[in-house]
Design a protein around this ligand. Sequence first.
Ligand code: XMP
Length: 551
Amino acid sequence: MMEKIPFILIIDYGSQLTQLIARRIREQGFFSRVTGIMGLKKELYEIRKQSEQENLLMGIILSGGPDSVEGQNSPAVDKFLFDLRVPILGICYGMQAIAKGLGGAVELGRSREFGKSVVRAHGKSKLLDNIQDFTNDAGHGLLDVWMSHGDSVTKVPPGFKIIASSSDCEIAGIADENNHFYGLQFHPEASHTKQGKKILERFCKTICNCPSEWTMKKFSENKILEIKKIVGQDKVLLGLSGGVDSSVVAKLLDEAIGKQLICIFVDTGLLRRNEAAAVMEIFENRVGGVVKKINAGKIFFEKLKGVFDPEEKRKIIGGLFIEIFEREAKKFSDVVWLAQGTIYPDIIESAGGENDGSTKKIKSHHNVGGLPDRLALKLLEPIKVLFKDEVRQLGLELGLERNIIFRHPFPGPGLAIRVLGEVTFEKVSILQSADEILLNLLKKTTVVERDVLEGLTVEENIGKKWYDATAQAFSVFLPLKTVGVKGDDRSYDWIIGIRIVNSTDFMTANASRLPYELLEQISSEIINKVQNVSRVVLDISNKPPATIEWE
Ligand code: XMP
């Protein structure tokens, strides 16, 4: 279902920065949607069908991309976009594609610029007029910008004028102001382009006339009304994992349909210590509907016996989860909907976009994958247009506990992929104890100025707890024994690995730098308090080449 709010459509040509364009625009209250080029026609068909009277499409942004517009298989701008009578802004590849599509010229490798640059705005364009960082001696406005291109526009298309130039790139901005078509060679979405936000605001507000009324409060209110309307008196089933996304969906559905909500929480026995109790405490008796916990630890351990291969473990866990969920779901015969915590990054694929059918797909690593077909339930995905930090904002808006909203991600297969090799109850129990110590110390210890001076973290983190200053932290059980001394005795016990990373998208990650005293404290507390552990080791690998999890 489409949000019935005026919006800017972003067409993704494959740039790493596309989602950032969407975020920058939303931050300023303009709603944005992203589509890949493959899904574009379908997307526009839907937009037209649903917004005939309302005129929801206010403008289009063509993103950057890794290709060269002159490449044989490079995506061109679909010409029909120019007939939609909405303003268009092309960024980097997007500008070159506009230039090429409308009769200009692009040359390969003509001027390469990667990194910071300065452009001079000229021609008093509606897009850049009076936006500048400083002026030169001749009184021209100059902008600090971020460039990342090998090709350049060498001839502007008919009807266009040059609106920005850098010393290496004469045509760094173009405009056809009669038709409201614009192009920028630099990236306004990148934070190094200091006036980037203002430029995007100028495009959305002044050029597209897009209202800037999109707030999380409004989103929440509208969503609650919308859910009420489409669900009616039906019952909705939700697989609650205790993670941010499914918790926010639970809270949202509770506000919307209260008693009609049935949450199923499967305790696999592979959760962190006290996790199941903590999730139940937050949801049981506090939402209008049913919250049912299934204690399934025994069967999970049984099925994992003798299994060493990580992918096999994942398959067994996923399969069991579906089996249990399905069995429980059947007990509620009057359920019509299955709710899922799918979020925007799950459905944007640069080749696909949000409307090429991928919306119907269920997150591949999601625990309830495959269920709708078998259960013949309708799918409800109320937060699928939100980015992760927006989901958190929504959680705050709905009054969800901060410790749920700001928790580190936890993988679906749980501790089974953090016990290397065969999973046993004993190993999981050791791991839970070690992990509890690690997380408690990170939650207790504050980042201080010295940590910044020593280059361990950034200034914004001063005063935060280390848990909040890092993206993911956990312990790993290594099935190896080493010698130690405990008291007067020689010990021969297991090793615990510590993994703490900084990351924004979890596609790449850096091993976090923690003060040595804290690391020492973590190590000695684990060795002293957790039986059968003789040694703690720290993982300092970055991703890539290592992954975040060890299995
Ligand atoms: P990797 O190990 O791939 O992890 O660098 C990236 C992020 O994904 C999480 N992860 C998983 N989440 N099922 C999940 O639900 C899985 O099988 C799985 N494997 C990794 C990981 O915790 C990290 O946040």
